[in-house]
Write a new protein. Sequence first.
Length: 327
Amino acid sequence: MKRAVSWTIGLVVFAVAAAAAFLVLKKAAAATPSSIKVEMTAERLQRGKYIFEYQADCIGCHSSRDFNRFAGWPKPEGIGAGFEFPKEVGLPGRVVAPNITPDKETGIGEWTDGEKLRPIREGVSRDGRALFPFMPYQHFAKLSDEDAYSVVAYLNTLKPVKSSLPKTELDFPVNLMVKFAPKPLSGPVAGPDRGDKVKYGEYLVGIGSCAECHSKQERGEIVKGMELAGGVEFNIPPYMVRTPNLTPEPESGLGKWSEEKFLAKFRGYANMTYENAPPNNQATFTIMPWYSFSQLTDEDLKAIYAYLRTVKPVYNPVEVHPPVAQP
């Protein structure tokens, strides 16, 4: 009997050890980086700048931010130089958006174009590490091939910035589970039909990662039925904000907003710059990247509005700027 118990315990210990070893040694699913050399055309550079700075707001995570200014305005001298997120945001460990300028020592100046494409849409870095999905590669997976090439073309033109940052270090067990997040592309990705306003709006909401901030999550997954219903809390002391409900629910969401009012909200920030952005305060604090999204074209904003009108209405009243105790 004792021998049977000992064998059972031994097998359990072995199984646990084997599972732990599997997770530690597991590599993220990754395709070999493409050998493509992206052609630098004027059209791609223009399109890449628009996606990088406005549609996808890449500068919002990969630039130094000044959260003493409205919307945490990016510092002009640090565009693309990377950013270490404050611990107060509540992320599982140290999360760092790396330097993606062409600096050869601290940036991605030595990377091939294929090595730049892979993390954007597949979530795997040059060294094979799985990226924490705060980098929204699961949304960027829908970025069309041509748009992805345009982003890389524009990345290649950024001013090199020497900015050495630590690597992301996730807490246990997220550091092991993140290895299951990346998924290689299954084939070519076509662009959206811009003639279909709703479909094009869905594409823009995806690459803009709107759901990441405007949908409650549990264990890294959006709570079913709460897509785009807001209520996500962001703490950057001494300020705190909750994201608003974007669904077309009439009482707590955007149901009573006209297209004209929707566009006017964005256009209200179009002339704001780093230099004239007002200081932050609790009554107006926001992490919404108005510096980027206020520059979207009317066509894009109208498409986003059209798509948001089609999502499921969710009654979810949100106090966007609750009172907080001052230090």
